[in-house]
Ligand binder design. Sequence first.
Ligand code: SF4
Length: 228
Amino acid sequence: MKIGGFQKVSLVDYPGKICAVVFLQGCNFRCPYCHNPELVQPERFSERIPSSIVINFLRKRQKLLDAVTISGGEPTIHPDIIDLITDIKALGYCIKLDTNGSNPDILEKLILNKWIDYIAMDIKAPINKYDFVVGQTVSIKLIQRSVHLVINSKVDYEFRTTIDWDLLNKADLLSIAIMVKGAKRLFLQKLNQNFSQRVITTDLEQKNAELPEIAEELSKYVQTCVIR
Ligand code: SF4
């Protein structure tokens, strides 16, 4: 298992729960605002952490931690993600999966077997701009299938969109809300320019000031649209 990082405790990575976070190496997207390039670009990968170390730690912390978040990179590109998740689930933890939604087959397996308890799926762009925003050729059918699976599952979930105003505009955000129409939650995440791998040309403060009005408009399509 390609574990590139392990955070022993987090109060912010699982809604309402104290969790540990497992970061897996590798991603099939190349978002320019990625927070974790050291988990995406193979030349920046650090030495892997054996899964036995993670499992042993979690075994000892069963009374102190509620949950484990599986993040990345993109966790679902690893076929052995199933083994890791079932091993952690067997210890009694709730599991949150962070995913870009590009692998609905794995997602479906995790949902149907009740191996995950919360899904945070990124919606990177409206359909026509996906490749442009993530820097890779993406199968939109796979993304759409994941959206459908998540909305129709009994697993708690959120969709989230990072707003890089150099890449997305208001009309794009509207298209995203329509793409996940009926969803329980859509989070609009402000870009953290410290993580951007290129110079931001837009006045972020000015553009972000428009977000409350945009969120209100998007709320016509989803149950909750929140800025964070
Ligand atoms: S999908 Fe996530 S991990 Fe992969 S490049 Fe984009 S932001 Fe980074």
